[in-house]
Write a protein that binds this ligand. Structure first.
Ligand code: GLU
Length: 470
């Protein structure tokens, strides 16, 4: 057993939008790793960008995590409440000569860039205390820059392996802006250290920040955590998945009645795979099989069809009484005039094709209400002329003569009716389906009519004959 209880991870969303799929995937990998190692999973709300951070987004992110079932450990940290800690460490670094005030103005820095210096040349690195005093007395504003030592920064990423960077490629980067506010790289290091985070698991868009953060760790003499950077999620055009691709936020899956375990299952497969072929996994199975050795570096393609397939698989694995209870939570009136066994039969008939609770509700309408119109395109396809009316009438008489009304009997009887009369099966099934269900889409015809019962089925067929042949 590896390091039980010492695993402490965190998900650190910026509340500038709702929880999107990339964020949820990052949260999930942290959560799975914590659960697998009986560790802790913390949340840190990175709300230092006052203009863009909104409480409504924080609440939405927390609600989406709750809906997904990712429970977190207390305390919930807000960066906005930690400004004093950042100030404390910035001062400490300056006092120890490991960071310094930079009085260069924007235009000074622009001139440096024009001189084709990509990196800050260290103009203010060695100002004397008199020079500093004079500039402070003149009221010149300053940023704070970290003092970078020569050498290499190296770390071993759990996904990317060893990453080495020569410090020459970096400059004395800014850790506090001229208004005194600390930069992202600085706050993250202070927070991860004070929260005793053991593993930083985040998207690979942060890979280039990690060497800078390691330099801050070194200057502060903090022990650095282990890092794991997760592959990008790609849209169909192979670019980073974004709203532009129509990728929905987590909330919309909750609103559409998807099951959270199917979304978790799908998110887990974005960049990770279980060693064996089995892809339909419940949350406990995800926790048990999760490991960084199975996380890929290659971008993970967002595939809506696969999400729908997986969701369907999770629906099929659910008990029908449980589905009924869940549907009733969404719509307490659903099927209120039918008995429980009929409702369970309805659910069973819809189960093979449903991927969300809303689909059960939307696709069950005609079990409860007879259709009174037919889609014209479908009508033309299923019932183009009076020859079909003849077949339907004849089939109706045949059905009226049957004693048993179970789905199996109906299937074999209707099939033999079609073959004895040399009618193609579609010629019989399509118009019947249109007549009883109003559409060519939906559960198996034999299930539909067995659930509707003989009287209602014959009634609907007669209605269709009189409407269509009018
Ligand atoms: N707030 C950062 C983001 O939303 C996360 C930073 C981190 O995980 O280190 O991308």
């Amino acid at each position: 057993m590896s390091n039980t209880n010492s695993v402490k991870v965190r998900f650190a969303p910026s509340p500038t939008g709702e929880l999107h799929l990339g964020g949820a995937r990052t949260a999930l990998f942290n959560w799975l790793y914590a659960k697998k190692h009986q560790g802790s999973f913390f949340l840190r709300i990175e709300d230092t960008d006052k203009a863009r951070s909104k409480d409504v987004f924080t609440n939405q992110i927390l609600d989406s995590l709750k809906w997904l079932g990712m429970d977190w450990d207390e305390p919930l940290i807000y960066q906005s409440g930690r400004q004093e800690r950042y100030k404390y460490y910035i001062k400490k670094l300056m006092d120890e000569g490991k960071a310094y005030r930079c009085f260069c103005s924007k235009s000074d820095l622009e001139n440096i860039k024009e001189d084709s210096y990509a990196l800050y040349p260290g103009t203010c690195r060695s100002l004397s205390s008199d020079e500093i005093k004079t500039k402070l007395n003149q009221g010149i504003s300053f940023t704070v820059r970290i003092k970078l030592e020569k050498g290499q920064t190296e770390f071993k990423d759990l996904v990317y392996g060893t990453i080495k960077i020569n410090n020459k490629e970096l400059d004395d980067f800014i850790i506090a802006r001229s208004d005194g506010s600390p930069t992202y790289n600085f706050t993250v290091v202070v927070d991860d250290y004070e929260m005793e985070i053991s593993h930083v698991i985040r998207g690979d868009d942060h890979l280039s920040n990690t060497p800078k953060q390691l330099i801050i760790y070194k200057n502060l003499e903090f022990k650095a955590p282990i890092f794991a950077h997760l592959p990008m999620i790609l849209g169909p055009d192979k670019k980073r998945l974004s709203k532009r691709h129509g990728a929905p936020g987590v909330q919309s899956f909750a609103d559409k009645g998807y099951f959270p375990d199917s979304i978790l299952n799908y998110l887990a497969l974005l960049g990770w795979n279980p060693k064996n072929e089995k892809e339909v996994l419940d949350t406990d199975q995800l926790v048990n099989s999760f490991s960084f050795s199975q996380v890929q570096k290659k971008g993970a393609a967002w595939d809506e069809k696969k999400l729908h397939w997986l969701s369907g698989q999770h629906v099929q694995n659910k008990n029908s009484q449980f589905l009924l209870d869940q549907i009733r939570l969404l719509d307490s009136d659903w099927g209120k005039n039918s008995d429980i066994s009929t409702l369970i039969n309805i659910i069973n008939s819809l189960k093979p094709r449903a991927k969300s609770l809303h689909e059960f509700i939307a696709k069950s309408k005609h079990f409860f209400i007879a259709p009174d119109t037919y889609d014209e395109a479908e009508r033309l396809k299923a019932w183009p002329d009076s020859s079909v009316t003849k077949i339907v009438s004849q089939c109706s008489d045949f059905l009226a003569s049957l004693d048993s009304w179970s789905s199996d009997v109906l299937e074999s009887e209707i099939k033999s009716f079609a073959s004895e009369n040399s009618y193609g099966l579609g010629k019989v099934i399509m118009p019947l389906r249109l007549a009883v269900f109003g559409s060519l889409d939906g559960p198996a015809l034999f299930d539909i009519i067995s659930i509707l019962g003989k009287t209602e089925t014959l009634h609907r067929i007669q209605d269709a004959i009189s409407r269509i042949s009018r």
